[in-house]
Design a protein around this ligand. Structure first.
Ligand code: SF4
Ligand code: SF4
Length: 163
C-alpha cells in the first residue's frame, strides 16, 4: 500500500530484446528474464525508473500504478504510514518501551488499528494528513520533519523529470 513512487515498470514484450540490462541494473532484483523477455515483479518494483534509463531500445517504460498507493512526502510520513500499515501505530505514538503504561496503551491502539475499517479510515488522505500535522508538532518528531524536506526523500523518476 505504501510506495516511494506511484509508478511501476512495464515491459513492451513485442520489442524487448531480452538483453537483460534492465534486470542487471534493477536495485531490488524486480526483473527476471522469462522466454528471453524481461518480466517485472510488480510486488517488488519500487518505481525508481533505473531500468527505463538503461534499456537500449525503450522497451522498458514507467507506468502509473493501477492500484492506489500512498506516497510519503518525507521519512517521517513514511515511518508513520508504515506503522499504520503494519498495525503498529501504537508503538509509534507510545514509544517508551520501559513504561508499562506506554506498553499497555500501544497494545490497545495496535489491536484497534488492525481492524480493517479502522485501517481504511486512517488511510484516508484527510485523516492521516491531520494526524501527521498533530504528530509533527511534538518535539520528538520535529527534527525529523524539519531536516527532511520532500525532495531529499523521494527517489527521482528519470523517465518523468519533476516526478
Ligand atoms: S522501476 Fe526500479 S525497482 Fe522497478 S523494475 Fe525498474 S529498476 Fe527495478
Ligand atoms: S533492457 Fe530493454 S531490451 Fe533489454 S531486457 Fe530489459 S526491457 Fe528488454
Amino acid at each position: 500500500m505504501i510506495n516511494p513512487t506511484k509508478y511501476i515498470a512495464g515491459i513492451k514484450k513485442d520489442t524487448c530484446l531480452g538483453c537483460g540490462t534492465c534486470a542487471e541494473k534493477c536495485p531490488v532484483d524486480a526483473i527476471i528474464l522469462e522466454d528471453d523477455k524481461a518480466l517485472v515483479n510488480q510486488k517488488i518494483c519500487l518505481g525508481c525508473g533505473v531500468c527505463t534509463r538503461f534499456c537500449p531500445i525503450n522497451a522498458c517504460t514507467m507506468e502509473t500504478r493501477p492500484e492506489k498507493v500512498f506516497v510519503p512526502s518525507n521519512t517521517f510520513e513514511r515511518v508513520a504510514l508504515e506503522a499504520i500499515d503494519q498495525g503498529k501505530l501504537g508503538n509509534f505514538i507510545f514509544d517508551n518501551q520501559i513504561s508499562r503504561v506506554h506498553k499497555f496503551l500501544s497494545e490497545i491502539i495496535n489491536d484497534f488499528t488492525k481492524l480493517p475499517p479502522v485501517k481504511r479510515f486512517l488511510f484516508k488522505e484527510k485523516v492521516y494528513t491531520q494526524m501527521f500535522k498533530m504528530f509533527s508538532k511534538q518535539d520528538r518528531f520535529k527534527k525529523i520533519v524539519e531536516n527532511r524536506p520532500r525532495e531529499q526523500n523521494l527517489l527521482p523518476c528519470p523517465s518523468r523529470p519533476g516526478h
